[in-house]
Design a protein around this ligand. Structure first.
Ligand SMILES: Nc1ncnc2c1ncn2[C@@H]1O[C@H](COP(=O)(O)OP(=O)(O)O)[C@@H](O)[C@H]1O
Ligand SMILES: [Mg+2]
Length: 355
């Protein structure tokens, strides 16, 4: 079997994935999404499957170059017929909170009232159609990046006048009603192959928009979690999580979103607005980071289920691969972990540590 290629730039999030692949002796290579090259003229690559784990928050780690490059490379892989997990179509949704809302609208599903803008000077007028407080969200975000809350028109207008409202790396933003969270939590539902996998309630730390479940450090009743996907010295986030089963009609809606977005694996978030008791979807994540310490939180290890899925998708047999570009991929960019069991390095250049 040719190796499964895991394309990523975050140094820690996929440690549990690599551990599970290694445990099963499945060949895999790690491809550095922040330093990579391909030949548009090649007609094959030496992988049984490419798993896209690029993150829209890469720019926070100095890896903004991966953001749009990933889209180009995924389109290339799809053109030459390589099976890809979370390919270009779903990655395009990952790169646009505005497009995620369009998808929800198309499906007739509820989302917080919002406007998309490409000029901070439009924010105040856009917010006039909404109720305060509002959030201004960067279209390309992740881990709460680029989200600021404004309590009033005066506060928003002042920030715009001072040039403080940034719209992020594609110059696009959402102005969105900020809902008071019923019971202080949101719900994150993971899906795999378009099906419900598990859900958790996430209680954000006060004043934080970073809800990365892998960073969670406590269950809702205060038990410390083992954070296998974090740097050992990662700061405690104050994020608390709890396993949860959403109502079946919400699960059905989640699966509809997942299938429409073409999510092979990914998490969808919703909140219940305390003002009306209704649920609203607001985030479709193709980069799924499973919850820290899953055995303690949800009672099973979703990384095992994910690797089952990857194994079922990695059925491609490649007779022989030819061409200079492939030789490059082999020598410079990729190296089956089976040959280098101890190091399993992220090839190309090393990933810089988180700031
Ligand atoms: N409309 C909203 N009302 C209230 N809180 C929100 C809303 N949108 C986002 N949040 C909070 O901010 C967090 C991050 O927002 P999200 O859109 O998921 O961005 P990211 O892509 O960075 O995860 C959410 O998990 C939630 O806690
Ligand atoms: Mg989110």
């Amino acid at each position: 079997m040719q190796p499964i290629a895991i394309f990523h730039e975050h140094p820690d999030w996929f440690k549990p994935l690599f551990a599970e692949l290694e445990r099963r002796g499945l060949p895999f290579v790690r491809l550095d999404a922040s330093s990579h090259a391909y030949d548009p003229g090649e007609d094959d690559v030496p992988y049984s499957l490419v798993v896209n784990r690029a993150s829209p928050s890469a720019y926070l780690r100095g890896h903004g170059q991966s953001t749009f490059y990933t889209l180009h490379w995924l389109r290339h892989l799809e053109r030459i017929g390589i099976p890809v997990v979370n390919g270009s179509s779903v990655y395009s949704f990952e790169l646009s909170k505005a497009s995620q809302l369009d998808l929800l609208e198309e499906l007739g599903l509820p989302y917080p009232r919002s406007r998309a803008i490409n000029d901070p000077g439009r924010a105040v007028a856009a917010a006039r159609a909404l109720r305060y407080p509002v959030l201004v969200k960067a279209n390309i975000g992740g881990s709460g990046a680029g989200i600021v809350r404004y309590e009033s028109e005066e506060a928003l207008a002042g920030a715009v006048a001072r040039g403080e409202v940034g719209l992020g790396i594609d110059g696009v933003g959402l102005v969105q009603e900020s809902a008071p969270l019923r019971d202080g939590h949101i719900v994150r539902v993971e899906t795999l192959g378009g099906k419900y996998l598990y859900a958790i309630k996430v209680y954000p730390a006060v004043g934080s928009f970073d809800l990365c479940p892998a960073d969670a450090c406590q269950t809702a009743n205060g038990i410390e979690l083992v954070r296998g996907a974090c740097a050992v010295d990662a700061p405690k986030t104050g994020l608390r999580v709890e396993g949860y089963t959403p109502p079946s009609e919400i699960v059905a809606q989640i699966e509809a979103i997942s299938r429409r977005a073409g999510l092979d694996v990914g998490g969808i978030e919703y909140l219940v607005d305390d003002r009306d008791g209704c649920h609203y979807f607001y985030d479709v994540n193709a980069l799924s980071n499973f919850v820290a310490d899953p055995l303690n939180v949800i009672g099973f290890d979703p990384w095992v289920t994910l690797v089952d899925y990857l194994e079922s998708r990695a059925t491609r047999r490649i007779p022989a691969v030819s061409g200079a570009a492939t030789a490059f991929e082999r020598s410079a960019d990729a190296s089956p972990v089976a040959d280098h069991p101890a190091a399993a390095p992220l090839l190309s250049s090393p990933v810089s540590p988180l700031p």
